[in-house]
Design a protein around this ligand. Structure first.
Ligand code: 2IT
Length: 446
């Protein structure tokens, strides 16, 4: 395999799909050497097949807003790869959603899910629907209209959607309600991230952030460091940021920044329960601004127009969106003494940022390893649904601990370089790839 040849072919077929091409390029560069040691993969054209989604559903979603106006959005579900299990991955509602974004996310999801140790293939879906400023009734009508198109293509053993940016427990509830009505199927396992009274799993809301911090703990332990007493800057203030802030605080770190599209909140005294609870309120308000946090808590300061990466910190945790931390941000963090960065958002760092961190020799880990606890706990939710029972929070949390530990171990196994530096990007990509590639090979030319 020649990465350039495959990328040139992909660029020709999918011109301008920058996020998708970026995600594929990163994986191909990581696996090139290992791949070329496996002529059987080359012969079966594993890479050429793996970089294209199995299929894409594109549909029109029409709904009526509170003013009685008719609105039309675009909806998608990308079933990327089913080599290791039924399609699995979140749904994103954001005004910038397009096929490139969802293909990058579906591609990442395939490898991430392979890392979880659970049998789940990769998928992603979403819409360019913008939840900002929408009423609860509008959100409900949109979710219902979205499911009206999607229901026939999903199922507990076919494709299991969940939340992502702009889709949380509320949206999953509205989609699940409509799914049952249309499908006349009452299997709770068709969606994950459900409410606790109707098949949801304890710890699923926290799992992405908690799992990320468990991963970071392992990464720090391996490097002889501890999170206790460290300062942590977090971008975003939604569900993932909340889980990460909660666990970082519990582990003795000071979360000194959270941020939104409007700017950053400098929070020198760290979080407490009231502040953490308020993050959830802020997200549910649908205003997509973080400034009110500093109005409510006077020991915090809002700095408009600035990113979380302008705040001096030991550990940087992007928890919001792809490419939210660029090369300049990485340089600023390094100049301020940051010694660890872990992507909690999918592809939170640009390639320049990753290169900057790795060249400086600081600890860096990619989203598909760090944030895999979210989808892993979705997998545990599916297991509980299939068994028609629910586990205690302690049981789910202990399984999440085990999964994050094994993902860390896989990264170390495949990512340790001759000089001892652990390249977690390479480790995660090779570990995920080897599993998916082996499964594809054994299943023949399909
Ligand atoms: O990016 C992700 O892993 C998610 N949005 C969660 C997907 C899931 O199926 O729980």
């Amino acid at each position: 395999m020649k990465v350039q040849t495959i990328m040139a072919d992909l660029e020709r077929k999918h011109p301008g799909e920058s996020e998708y091409l970026q995600a594929v390029q990163e994986v191909l560069e990581s696996i090139e050497e290992v791949y070329n040691q496996h002529p059987e993969f080359e012969k079966a054209k594993i890479v050429e097949r793996m970089v294209e989604p199995d299929r894409i559903f594109t549909f029109r979603v029409t709904w009526v807003d509170d003013n009685g106006e008719i609105q039309t959005n675009l909806g998608y579900r990308i079933q990327f790869n089913s080599a290791i299990g039924p399609y699995k991955g979140g749904i994103r509602f954001h005004k910038a959603v397009n096929p490139s974004m969802l293909k990058f996310l579906g591609f990442e999801q395939t490898f991430k899910n392979a890392l979880t140790t659970l049998p789940m293939g990769g998928a992603k879906g979403g819409s360019d629907f913008d939840p900002v400023g929408k009423s609860d009734a509008e959100i409900m009508r949109f979710c219902q209209a979205f499911m009206w198109e999607l229901w026939n293509n999903i199922g507990p053993d076919t494709d299991v959607p969940a939340g992502d940016v702009g889709v949380g427990g509320r949206e999953i509830g509205y989609m699940y309600g409509m799914y049952k009505k249309l499908a006349r199927e009452y299997n709770t396992g068709v969606l994950t991230g459900k409410g606790m009274t109707w098949g949801g799993s304890l710890i699923r809301p926290e799992a992405t952030g908690f799992g990320a911090l468990y991963f970071v703990e392992h990464m720090l332990a391996k490097a002889g460091k501890s999170i206790k007493g460290a300062t942590v800057a977090i971008s975003g203030f939604g569900n993932v940021a909340w889980g990460a802030a909660t666990k970082a605080t519990e582990l003795g770190a000071t979360v000194i920044a959270i941020s939104g599209p409007d700017g950053v909140v400098y929070n020198p005294n760290g979080m407490n329960q009231q502040k953490l609870d308020y993050m959830l309120e802020l997200r549910a308000s649908n205003r997509n601004i973080v400034a009110p946090f500093a109005e409510k808590f006077t020991d915090a300061t809002f700095i408009p127009g600035k990113k979380a990466w302008s705040i001096k910190c030991d550990i940087a945790l992007p928890c919001a969106f792809q490419n939210e931390l660029n090369g300049d941000d990485a340089a600023e963090l390094l100049a301020n003494g940051t010694w660890c960065a872990a992507e909690v958002s999918n592809m939170g760092c640009t390639p320049e940022a990753i290169a900057t961190f790795q060249n400086a020799g600081i600890l860096f880990a990619p989203g598909k390893a760090v944030n895999a606890g979210g989808v892993a706990t979705s997998g545990l939710e599916m297991t509980q649904n299939a068994m028609h029972l629910s586990w205690s929070a302690a049981e789910v949390d202990s399984k999440l601990h085990y999964i994050m530990e094994s993902i860390h171990a896989a990264c170390v196994k495949y990512g340790t370089q001759p000089d001892g530096y652990i390249n977690y990007v390479k480790g995660a990509n090779i570990a995920g790839f080897m599993k998916v590639a082996q499964a594809m090979l054994e299943q023949g030319i399909v």
